[in-house]
Design a protein around this ligand. Structure first.
Ligand code: F6P
Length: 317
């Protein structure tokens, strides 16, 4: 087979490890693998180059994506997708493996509907692809967030402050939930839990009065202006308060062993599925077993923070 591979949307640690797994698994099965640079934009523009074995050396442990990535809203237009298909035909590419999150999956689904064989691989720090228990990149971002929160705890406890830390995740609370639990945050606020500002302020005030010296609040992005919230906490609770937005630092860095392993498993699995003639699906793990879901279903699945962990938070924070 002649297999194309692209990375699209926000980059995620472990994308390179996935590219490597696809290339090595493809070559082992006598396939040819073509890297498509800069996501769907590069596909439309014909930025396509064949990989050899050495082309994916020394990159297993590198963050980012050697293929580059982009967001291409225009891909929603059929006319733009036709240009992409022309490029695939020009290079005789039989199938496309698309690494990314739900925007990437939507592109892969639209191409599939137009007769192109596609497979989606979940690569995003947000862990917001519900058809897989974990996405490639989440473990690394979680590690980075935990490291940062531990550091912020040091300074916040030295100064007896409240520290509000905003983590990424788009609309999914997993990064906040998991990092909050791992770092013993007093409060974890996600889209799913919602922000009850009055209760938060009242609780913090009570904690302060009870002699608790500092507090950590981990909050998902897109919920509120955390700098403004810090001001309100200072005014109301008696704690000095500082807000920190972790931002893009969460997207970089060497992938953790968990992400490398997931990348190896899902990359190889995607190639195996193409050989079995199964396409139009998203690969993933469920209960630590490889499985695939039609992309359309994967996109429709409700993506919520882990309910068991949310309950745990209520008991131990
Ligand atoms: O999807 C990954 C992610 O980092 C989200 O957590 C964040 O909301 C978004 O991408 C930021 O996107 P951009 O790189 O376009 O600013």
């Amino acid at each position: 087979m002649r297999i194309g591979i692209l990375t699209s949307g926000g980059d995620a640690p472990g994308m390179n490890a996935t590219i490597r797994a696809v290339v090595r698994a493809g070559l082992a099965s006598k396939d040819q693998v073509f890297g498509i640079y800069d996501g769907y934009r590069g596909l439309v523009e014909g930025k396509i180059q064949e990989f050899n074995r050495q082309g994916v050396s020394e990159m297993l442990n590198k963050g980012g994506t050697i293929l580059g990535t982009a967001r291409l809203p225009e891909f929603e237009y059929e006319s733009v997708r036709r240009l992409a298909i022309k490029q695939l035909q020009k290079h005789d590419i039989d199938a496309l493996i698309c690494l990314g999150g739900d925007g990437t999956y939507t592109g892969a689904l639209r191409l599939h509907e137009m007769g192109i064989k596609t497979i989606g691989v979940p690569c995003t720090i947000d862990n917001d692809i519900a058809s897989s228990d974990f996405t490639i990149g989440f473990s690394t971002a979680l590690n980075t967030a935990c490291d940062a929160i531990d550091r912020l705890r040091d300074t916040s406890s030295s100064h007896q402050r409240c520290s509000i830390i905003e983590v990424m995740g788009r609309h999914c609370g997993d990064l906040a939930l998991y990092s909050g639990i791992c770092c013993g945050a007093e409060y974890i606020i996600t889209n799913e839990s919602g922000l009850d500002k009055e209760k938060l302020l009242a609780d913090l005030k009570q904690n302060r009065l009870a002699g608790r010296k500092h507090a950590i609040v981990v909050i998902s992005e897109h919920i509120t202006d955390v700098y403004q919230l810090a001001k309100e906490v200072e005014e109301y609770s008696g704690y000095e308060c500082r807000a920190t937005i972790l931002g893009y630092v969460q997207r970089g860095g060497a992938p953790t062993p968990e992400d490398r392993l997931l990348a190896a498993r899902l990359g190889k699995y995607a190639v195996d599925l193409l050989h079995e003639g199964i396409t139009g699906v998203a690969v993933g793990v469920r209960n630590n077993k490889l499985h695939n879901t039609p992309i359309e279903e994967a996109l429709a699945m409700k993506n919520e923070s882990n309910k068991e962990l949310s309950k745990l938070v209520q008991k131990i924070s």
